[in-house]
Design a protein around this ligand. Sequence first.
Ligand code: CA
Ligand code: CA
Ligand code: CA
Length: 227
Amino acid sequence: MISSKIGPSLSVLLMCSFLFVVRIEAASIYIENASFEEPLLPDHVVSDANTVSFTIPGWSAFGNREGIYNPSDIQFAGASDQDPDLDTPIPDGKNVAFIETSPGTGIYQVLGATLQTNVEYTLTASFGDRADRTGLVEYRMQLFAGNTELAIATGTLVDGQWVTDQAVASIGSSHPETGQPLRIEIWRAAGSDQLAIDLVKLEVVPEPTGLLIALTGFASLLLWQVR
Ligand SMILES: [Ca+2]
Ligand SMILES: [Ca+2]
Ligand SMILES: [Ca+2]
């Protein structure tokens, strides 16, 4: 009789553990050309060089001075293409996006994913300040749903530096923009230099309080089973 009680309890435990593992695993939300590797460019080459309007496949621009390039040692020490590829300073792959120093310049992408409730979004990207141009540059990264800003991260870089930053948004049980498409915006917010960007990521996990409620429910169920 005891084994018949333990058996189903173990089954429930295993099922709950499985559900829990599935629930807490972060899911990646698709971002087109997230590492700016499209199109692949030779070393030290800029997309649409010598034209006024640069383009970034998958992304839209607020100005007309945004594009993609493959940096070399001139912009970032160690960034010249190598074979075999060594540990270069470029966060991912060979290409990066850039935003020029003109005022009001930035890039954005409207995602296929829409705003959900009881989740936490983490937006991550790397930002660089090229070494061959003297001057600081300040970045701003934002996550929106509709016209509402959900998360923001800002920072200031020095010559030759790369940093990886995150903006986190915790969404409760209700939100006025639920169901609206998510949008990522990245701006060269201030400073006298060009901003480099690489590897933009957006991950979503169930909101911690939601998990706590779920865990409490599972624990109650288990206690009821083993009694
Ligand atoms: Ca890249
Ligand atoms: Ca390179
Ligand atoms: Ca610089």
